[in-house]
Design a protein around this ligand. Structure first.
Ligand SMILES: Cc1cc2nc3c(=O)[nH]c(=O)nc-3n(C[C@H](O)[C@H](O)[C@H](O)COP(=O)(O)OP(=O)(O)OC[C@H]3O[C@@H](n4cnc5c(N)ncnc54)[C@H](O)[C@@H]3O)c2cc1C
Length: 321
């Protein structure tokens, strides 16, 4: 992605990331992350004690951190616009606002909304399971949409953050905790929480779709998930409604953050595939069939890794089923 941004003049910045452990029980997991990163070829990973960490990020709490110097940010709308330009230049066509509503087998190929195509690649995010079903497959997982709300930091608050600041993931919880992200146009945003959205594109609390709600509540996996994490679900709803609670979760990483530093920002909706036993699918889930490939689950960092994922999909298509 960095090479792509450099080649095509897309705004990006290698600002580095700190993954911060705030308690002793997080240290083994932080060490494991560092080992895994090194094994995967990340360059320059650095273990930092509290003093070293505060030399480069003076307002962060915590007892140790791993610095990831290669981490960065990119202007993603600009990435998409450039991809569209490249597709058009090769004679391709990007149709937005064109919903796939019907898929039928047509000899060796497909008819999509009645139009013939040789090969079907489904990357429909929040609707990937429904597009899979349209192509005649059984949905073994279900997309359960979780809204993640962010806050923007005032210039005074943003001065407390120099890198991307992330917590150590906790396997006891299904979602990564809140983090601080520097934005390509300047400023810092922080979040997200994770609340069940009552519509697949439920970017606002008031968004509602009966079909989407029925889809979630009729799925046994959802109830198994809910039974496993009732306290977390209640906490997430509280944190969505109560900004003080949200601020408190941010103070775990940067204690000087104050309520007055925060204004509500945008929200995203995770297209989270859930299995029938109630576990969240944490990895990429790709279903390959003759002349069809379905990306059913593409969790973060699916955007950063999108070009590498595309290469992987092309390799699989070339290799055949
Ligand atoms: C809050 C949040 C924060 C994230 N932060 C990061 C991050 O910092 N870094 C990172 O790398 N990743 C991040 N991600 C993850 C990243 O957004 C996803 O991994 C990535 O977008 C997945 O790409 P995709 O192409 O599979 O699906 P999407 O990006 O969801 O795209 C799916 C597309 O399919 C279209 N579509 C759906 N149904 C139909 C239909 N029936 N007909 C036609 N079109 C349809 C949709 O309109 C959409 O344009 C974040 C995700 C969320 C929710």
């Amino acid at each position: 992605m960095k090479a792509f941004c450099q080649e095509h003049g897309v705004p990006h910045e290698t600002c580095g990331k700190l993954v911060v452990a705030v308690s002793a029980d997080e240290l083994p997991r932080l060490k494991e992350l560092m080992d895994r990163g090194t094994a995967n070829g990340l360059a320059g990973l650095e273990w930092m004690d509290a003093a070293q960490m505060r030399e480069i990020e003076p307002h962060v709490a915590g007892i140790a951190a791993v610095r990831v110097p290669e981490e960065g940010i990119a202007g993603y709308p600009a990435v998409c616009r450039q991809l569209q330009r490249l597709i058009n230049a090769e004679g391709g066509e990007v149709r937005t606002a064109t919903a796939v509503r019907q898929i039928e087998h047509d000899g060796a190929g497909w008819r999509v909304n009645g139009e013939p195509f040789d090969y079907l690649i489904n990357c429909a995010g929040l609707h990937s399971d429904r597009v899979l079903a349209m192509a005649g497959e059984r949905r073994t997982t279900r997309i359960v949409p979780f809204r993640g709300e962010y806050f923007l930091m005032s210039p005074e608050g943003a001065r407390l953050v120099k890198h991307l600041i992330y917590p150590v993931p906790d396997p006891k919880f299904p979602f990564l905790g809140v983090h601080f992200t520097r934005m390509i146009a300047g400023g810092v945003e922080c979040g997200p929480n994770a609340v069940l959205a009552t519509r697949r594109e439920g970017y606002h609390r008031s968004d509602f779709s009966l079909a989407d709600v029925v889809d979630v509540f009729s799925f046994p996996g959802f109830w198994r998930f809910f039974a496993k994490y009732p306290a977390m679900a209640a906490y997430e709803v509280r944190r969505s409604l109560d900004r003080t609670e949200f601020c408190r979760s941010l103070q775990r990483l940067v204690p000087e953050v104050r309520l007055e530093h925060l204004t509500p920002g945008h929200a995203g909706v995770r297209a989270q595939a859930m299995a029938e036993d109630g576990t969240l699918v944490q990895d990429f889930d790709i279903v390959q069939r003759a002349n069809a490939l379905h990306v059913v689950n593409a969790p973060s960092p699916g955007a950063t890794a999108s070009l590498a994922i595309a290469d992987h999909l092309l390799d699989r298509i070339a290799a055949g089923v």
